[in-house]
Ligand binder design. Structure first.
Ligand SMILES: NC(=O)c1ccc[n+]([C@@H]2O[C@H](COP(=O)([O-])OP(=O)(O)OC[C@H]3O[C@@H](n4cnc5c(N)ncnc54)[C@H](OP(=O)(O)O)[C@@H]3O)[C@@H](O)[C@H]2O)c1
Length: 209
């Protein structure tokens, strides 16, 4: 698939680089030719191409958003996603590692309101970027789970395929309002790893009888 990345920092690069190694074509979508992260990303992986954001959306099968959450209103409002799948990899994180929208609404629902004609799927948020570089846990007989949420079934099926390409099991948690709870799982992970010193290469598994 052709994947456009808006935001190519820690999360965007880890995912884009991993997807490119699995055979996907990556477009780094940006409107700032002086962006440090864009310059570094295309130097580190010369298979990436770059385009202005709207042009990249027009070319891509799926768009992934990996930007600071509170930059997104200004980034998204001028764009037209034309019914395409927008994977929301962002988290609204507030003061003291709290929910940045005071848990009143999920960041993903807010993003769907800002992103014209996008089918938003929350994914790649419940772990730190270290786990997007490589999802393999060879000492276990199961794979890490990636929890997703979204209102469009077909968009979620497409994202599930991408997730499985990276080596995770996908669990669809339901409609986009479930993203609020995924964002709280993120806060749990972030407090454990970034505040309390747990090793960042840990993930969750889904076990069902
Ligand atoms: N870090 C993690 O472990 C982790 C894990 C899961 C989810 N997340 C979430 O993922 C998102 C990105 O986190 P990150 O750690 O990857 O951040 P990061 O390393 O700071 O990267 C942010 C990216 O967004 C771009 N950007 C910033 N403002 C922009 C704008 N106005 N227009 C277009 N692009 C803009 C930056 O480009 P420039 O270089 O040009 O500024 C950079 O490419 C956040 O919402 C975060 O909460 C983070």
């Amino acid at each position: 698939m052709t994947l456009a990345f808006i935001g190519i920092g820690n999360v965007g690069f880890a995912l884009a680089n991993n997807f490119q190694k699995k055979g996907h074509h990556i477009i780094v979508a940006h409107n700032n030719p002086n962006s440090t992260s864009v310059t570094e990303a295309i130097a580190k992986n010369t298979a990436f191409s770059t385009q202005l954001i709207q042009e990249a959306i027009d070319r891509a099968d799926v768009i992934l958003l990996a930007t600071p959450f509170f930059a997104n209103e200004a980034i998204l409002k001028p764009l037209d996603f034309k019914g395409k799948t927008l994977v929301d990899c962002t988290n609204p994180v507030g003061q003291g590692i709290s929910h940045g929208l005071e848990s009143k609404i999920s960041g993903s629902e807010q993003i769907e309101a800002w992103a014209t004609n996008a089918n938003v799927v929350k994914s790649f948020t419940i772990y730190g970027f270290e786990n997007f570089i490589n999802a393999e846990f060879p000492n276990y007989n199961t794979k890490p789970v990636m929890l997703i949420a979204g209102n469009n079934t077909s968009a979620k099926e497409t994202v599930a395929q991408l997730i499985s390409d990276l080596g995770y099991i996908t669990k669809d948690t339901g409609s986009l309002d479930q993203a609020l709870h995924l964002e709280h799982m993120t806060l749990l992970w972030v407090k454990m790893a970034r505040r309390d010193g747990h090793h960042p290469n840990f993930t969750w598994a889904y076990l069902e009888k």
